[in-house]
Design a protein around this ligand. Structure first.
Ligand code: MSP
Length: 520
């Protein structure tokens, strides 16, 4: 059996429209996290996919005059998968809930819980939000002046649903869930999300309605085919069906339990309450962590497919490139908090940190090594206090970034790397190699300044590789590092901060700029 893979998942997205940058935000975060672990030399497994059943998807297909299957096939192939190419996602599996490998296992799973007595038949009446695919509690309803009842997230009018359903005995698992939050303190993160979940469970849990009978776009209930399974209890199982649950025990053992389920804060309870209770009922291990991030806001509101505030990732990547997209959102928004997007801010960060910060530094160093040393990296024979200060700083930055990634503090990791680049820029400005070059007696000094700068850039290429794969690869080529140190993917985060790896003799080539200047 191979080692356990570091397993990260995104939520599976409803295919009602093409993805917007809110969906891409989560997907990029998971991609950077898994690539980071791969760069540490670990095996990674990254899962994303689409949630294709339920009323919401069915209605969006009807609005297009298509069957739900035709509609989801079209959107997945023409919009969702291409969007993940646009933002450079390296997923290991893409699951669709309409696939047989999923639907069959879901039926088996719920049949087992029905047989063991965790599912019973009853009546349900409640206010339902199709946008959330969820019955709402009284505290989650906003009453308008005209008396209409609305969803606090979508603002849409709630629908009264009254039907005979099957129920999952969620209430039975309240104490076990509280024990889980206690014994596995990182199960829900960040802390604000953990507190919210604990307070919610402490109020007492109601049993959960898990079937619907007023429409048929879902997985038929195995013991009563007039009903379909509620979309959420079908969707949550994707995390195990994709990992081989019920079909491939060896694969399942290598992958499960998942290390992190990334979720938006609006779907936290499904993942931190219902999902572990379902797993407990089936005797399956719970995941290690559910991490709730914030929303991308537009005009102070959650960007949404239904509110027409959606921006497609491609609108950004066409102009700024995929690396800048990946860097910008993780660098500027604290993971766990909401963040506002604006084109002006994106442009400003791109220009100051990427084009002028890192890109310009790399091309200046390559140009000077070209001009003064025929492109061949010289020996740093005059390594003194200024150089040692930079070497120390690199060692600390690499460690800080690595530790930050363990708590999904992408913003801190990227800030540490950006500050390091700033420190090299400061060093170059102070040392003024272009002036030193004028005095032939100072050749050793010049060599040392350029070597030192290039050596920090060597580490920056490794540390930025998970976030900006394309720019990091260009930087690796620019430094002539591949010939001397081997492929960038083989460089390890753990040793990135160790000084003196790029050997003298490396041939630097000033290729295309890492981050081209913007047209306007
Ligand atoms: N299908 C369910 C998830 C099932 S997982 C077993 C679902 N889909 S969704 O398409 O509505 O939302 C998917 C994810 O996108 C959620 O985590 C949600 O928080 C996230 N986002 C939707 N709009 C967002 C922003 N504006 N900003 C950040 N994330 C956003 O819920």
């Amino acid at each position: 059996m191979s080692e356990k893979a570091f397993y990260v998942s995104t939520p599976i997205y409803y295919v009602t429209a093409p993805p917007h940058i809110g969906s891409a935000y989560t997907t990029v975060a998971g991609d950077v996290l898994t690539r980071w672990h791969a760069q540490r030399g670990e095996r990674k497994w990254y899962l994303t996919g689409t949630d294709e059943h339920g009323e919401k998807v069915m209605r969006s297909a009807q609005a297009q005059g298509m069957s739900p299957q035709e509609w989801t096939d079209k959107l997945v192939e023409e919009s969702w998968k291409p969007a993940w190419v646009d933002v450079d996602i390296d997923y290991d599996d893409f699951i669709r809930t309409t696939e047989k490998r999923h639907t069959e296992r879901v039926r088996e799973f719920w049949q087992t819980l029905y047989d063991s007595g965790d599912v019973y038949k009853g009546e349900y009446e409640g206010l339902y939000c199709v946008g959330c695919e969820e019955f709402k509690l009284p505290t989650e309803i906003k009453v308008d002046e005209d008396g209409s009842k609305r969803c606090t997230i979508h603002g849409t009018e709630l629908e009264m649903v009254s039907e005979t359903n099957y129920f999952f005995r969620l209430s039975k698992y309240g104490d076990k869930l509280l024990e889980l939050y206690e014994s596995q303190p990182d199960f829900v993160a960040p802390l604000s999300a953990r507190n919210e979940v604990i307070a919610f469970v402490k109020q007492g849990l109601q049993d959960l309605s898990i079937t619907r009978s007023t429409f048929d776009w879902g997985i038929p209930v195995p013991w009563d085919e007039k009903h379909v399974l509620y979309v959420w209890i079908d969707a949550l199982l994707n995390y195990v069906t994709a990992a081989g649950y019920g079909t491939d025990p060896e694969r399942f053992e290598e992958l499960w339990p998942a290390d992190v389920h990334l979720v938006g804060k609006d779907i936290l309870r499904f993942h931190a309450v219902i999902w572990p209770a379902m797993l407990m009922a089936a005797g399956v291990a719970v995941p290690k962590q559910v991490f709730a991030h914030g929303w991308l806001l537009v005009g102070g509101e959650k960007m949404s497919k239904s509110k027409l505030t959606a921006i497609a990732p491609k609108e950004i990547t066409d102009h700024f490139g995929s690396d800048a997209f990946r860097y910008y959102f993780l660098r500027t928004i604290q993971f766990g908090s909401d963040g506002s997007f604006s084109w002006e801010h994106l442009s400003a960060v791109y220009t100051s940190e990427l084009a002028n910060g890192l890109g310009n530094l790399a091309s200046r160093i390559a140009a000077m090594v070209g001009k003064y040393f025929d492109g061949v990296l010289p020996e740093p024979v005059d390594h003194g206090p200024a150089e040692q200060a930079l070497a120390d700083r690199l060692e600390v930055a690499a460690r800080v970034a690595d530790t930050a990634m363990d708590s999904l503090a992408f913003h801190d990791a990227l800030a540490a790397i950006n500050d390091l680049v700033g420190a090299v820029n400061g060093y170059v400005s102070e040392q003024e190699p272009w002036k030193v070059a004028k005095d032939p007696e100072l050749k050793a000094r010049l060599a040392t300044i350029l070597y030192t700068s290039a050596e920090v850039l060597r580490a920056v290429a490794v540390l930025h590789h998970p976030t900006m794969p394309k720019a990091a690869a260009k930087l690796w080529t620019l430094l002539g590092a591949e010939d001397k140190l081997g492929p960038l993917t083989d460089q390890r985060i753990q040793t990135a901060g160790t000084w003196g790896q790029l050997p003298a003799g490396a041939v630097l080539v000033k290729g295309d700029s890492l981050f081209p200047r913007l047209a306007d």
